[in-house]
Design a protein around this ligand. Structure first.
Ligand SMILES: NC(=O)c1ccc[n+]([C@@H]2O[C@H](COP(=O)([O-])OP(=O)(O)OC[C@H]3O[C@@H](n4cnc5c(N)ncnc54)[C@H](OP(=O)(O)O)[C@@H]3O)[C@@H](O)[C@H]2O)c1
Length: 268
């Protein structure tokens, strides 16, 4: 596994496990399986309704807590300073963990700046090891930087070969914020696994289109959090570190960038 350093010195794995729609008893064993297979970052959110499952999987895994990285996200029912303070305690209680590694504001709610202020206080109180944002475009990011005391370590955004957002990534990085990819496989919005250029490069490396799609992001310095409910795919999505894409392969994949969100997000 490769890691990336955040602006407060802590490190996150370049590949983590997404848990959207992973719930219940099956959800616990799925997340537990991911940890057993080597995933060290688990991405959850209040909105996913599975923080309990994540906590159970983490606590039962036998893995050293210090080796695992849990990301949680706070959503619209908590969109105020006071409510976000309560949300942090909710995240701790639901997961049953002593601390959360990273908490993000899930989307740019009107109150996102005051929500972030509550996260700064949670960070200072040691309830969370790092704080950040999600789905925040450049205009809102700039506005937050003007007011915040603690720079966000990370912005989790839609990011895949059709919309890698490399210019924004560089901008964020230059300002101390890592861009992390959600929906690296487009959540099924495109037939990404049949994409001819990905298939061609995959066959040259003895890999799959899925691995090339992830490697393109990882090699550009973007951590990814693919989700899969199947052990074979969980393994496949982790197995990215025994090959490198050439400059010309990276450039060929870059041509897939259509410059637009497939989800219709990130307007001004
Ligand atoms: N911050 C945000 O607003 C936000 C928004 C969306 C998602 N997220 C996070 O990002 C994570 C990833 O996004 P996502 O789950 O929406 O979509 P995704 O990772 O782009 O795609 C998941 C889909 O790809 C399939 N898949 C996974 N690995 C595969 C492989 N190697 N080959 C073929 N198919 C494969 C999965 O099916 P199987 O399960 O059948 O393998 C699943 O249907 C989420 O789980 C969540 O944690 C965050």
């Amino acid at each position: 596994m490769e890691y990336k350093k955040l602006n407060n010195g802590i490190e996150i794995p370049m590949v983590g496990f997404g848990t959207w729609d992973v719930r219940g008893k099956e959800g616990v064993s799925c997340i537990r399986q991911a940890i057993d297979l080597g995933y060290r970052l688990i991405d959850t959110a209040i909105m996913y309704g599975n923080e309990k499952e994540v906590g159970q999987a983490v606590r039962s895994s036998g893995a050293d807590r210090g080796e695992l990285f849990v990301t949680d996200k706070i959503n619209s029912p908590y969109a105020s300073y006071e409510k976000t303070r309560k949300a942090v305690d909710h995240c701790l209680a639901e997961t049953g963990l002593d601390y959360i590694d990273l908490i993000l504001i899930h989307e740019p709610y009107g109150a996102y700046k005051e929500m972030y202020r509550a996260l700064e206080e949670a960070y200072e109180a040691g309830k969370v090891r790092a704080i950040g944002i999600s789905n925040i475009n450049r205009r809102l990011y700039d506005a937050l930087l003007k007011e915040c005391r603690i720079q966000p370590v990370l912005n989790q955004v839609e990011c895949h070969v059709y919309y890698p957002q490399l210019t924004y990534q560089k901008y964020l990085q230059d300002h101390g914020t890592v861009m992390q990819s959600w929906a690296p496989f487009t959540e099924g919005r495109r037939k990404i696994f049949d994409e001819p250029i990905l298939k061609e490069i995959a066959s040259a490396h003895g890999k799959t289109s899925a691995q090339i799609a992830l490697k393109y992001l990882v090699q550009n310095g973007i951590p990814v959090i693919p989700k899969s409910s199947k052990a074979s795919r969980m393994k496949e999505n982790l197995d990215l570190f025994d090959f490198e894409l050439s400059q010309s392969e990276l450039s060929s994949i870059q041509k897939l960038d259509g410059g637009n969100s497939l989800f219709g997000w990130y307007g001004e």
